[in-house]
Design a protein. Structure first.
Length: 300
């Protein structure tokens, strides 16, 4: 009786390497990118379609998958029917629609945590109780992250950092209990439009369930340094776009430089399109944003 030849581990590995080399030499085959980032979509990008009733939130997952080929999606509380925000059956239906469309809801965009201690005025308003409810909504939707802004008091930096950390700690604890992570986006006050300031909050808070969400268009000053400062604490990226030049590049900032900063930091999560421009219609704006991000990632 003849038995098949038994390969040694060394022979197996040698053969596997040779096969891989042969396969990658096939015309048209391209190796997977090493950056391991995934392009996602923010519902806010299509806000005009929701406002005009051209698109129903329940149909958003299937629309995003078919129109853009994107499967990582977020929802925005402002883009959901106000009278259904506290209807868990509606939120569960959104989650089911997303699953049926072959998409994944990764984040819920919520409001502002006021850490001014009554000494300032947030640019966006939210009652304290709303924050916990946003975390609960996030859990019903099956999202991993809930996005908040934080509004810091003007004045002395160290005191403002401490106040922000103090305000975020109980919410981070509540999020942890639900298996959710808070993602803080720049904005709502002068201090919190500074990436380094937000990084200082994270250093003081030191909570695994409170992270950062860099947003290029919300940072003030040097957005490249601001993004770089936030990256050690970043769980999600909001890839803001406004307008494009004739070459398809964002006119306000260099996406190639920004993606290089993100990749160098070792980020492997979701880079979510957030179209905020006016010259293009929402669908065209998202397509242009996706093409730009794909080019920037391919250039890494």
């Amino acid at each position: 009786m003849t038995y098949p030849l038994l390969l040694t581990r060394r022979d197996f590995l040698r053969g596997t390497a040779a096969a891989a080399t042969a396969f990658t030499s096939v015309p048209g085959w391209a190796a997977a990118p090493s950056h391991a980032m995934t392009i996602g979509l923010s519902q806010y990008s299509l806000r005009a379609l929701f406002a005009s009733k051209q698109l129903d939130p329940l149909d958003y997952p299937a629309f995003a998958r078919k129109e853009f080929g994107l499967t990582e999606l977020d929802f925005w509380e402002g883009g959901l029917p106000p009278d259904r925000l506290d209807d868990d059956s509606y939120l569960s239906d959104l989650r089911r629609r997303a699953k049926d469309a072959g998409t994944h809801l990764f984040l819920l965009m919520a409001g502002v945590v006021d850490a001014t201690g009554g000494t300032g005025k947030a640019t966006k308003k939210a009652k304290p109780a709303d924050h916990v409810r946003s975390i609960e909504r996030c859990a019903v939707l099956g999202c991993q992250y809930v996005r908040f802004f934080v509004s810091a008091a003007a004045g002395e930096r160290a005191a403002a950092v401490a106040r922000c950390a103090e305000s975020l700690a109980p919410l981070a604890d509540r999020a942890k209990a639900s298996g959710i992570t808070i993602a803080i986006e720049p904005g709502a006050s002068a201090h919190t439009q500074d990436g380094a300031f937000l990084a200082e909050i994270m250093q003081q808070l030191r909570h695994a369930h409170c992270r950062l969400m860099p947003d290029f268009g919300k940072l003030r000053g040097d957005i490249y340094e601001g993004t770089r400062a936030m990256m050690p604490y970043a769980s999600v990226i909001s890839a803001k776009t406004h307008e494009f030049d004739a070459a398809g590049n964002q006119v306000e900032f260099d996406y190639f430089r920004l993606m290089k900063i993100i990749a160098t930091a070792g980020f492997k999560g979701i880079v979510a399109i957030e179209w905020e421009g006016k010259k293009l219609e929402p669908v065209a704006g998202v397509h242009a944003s996706k093409k730009l991000i794909e080019r920037a990632l391919a250039a890494l």
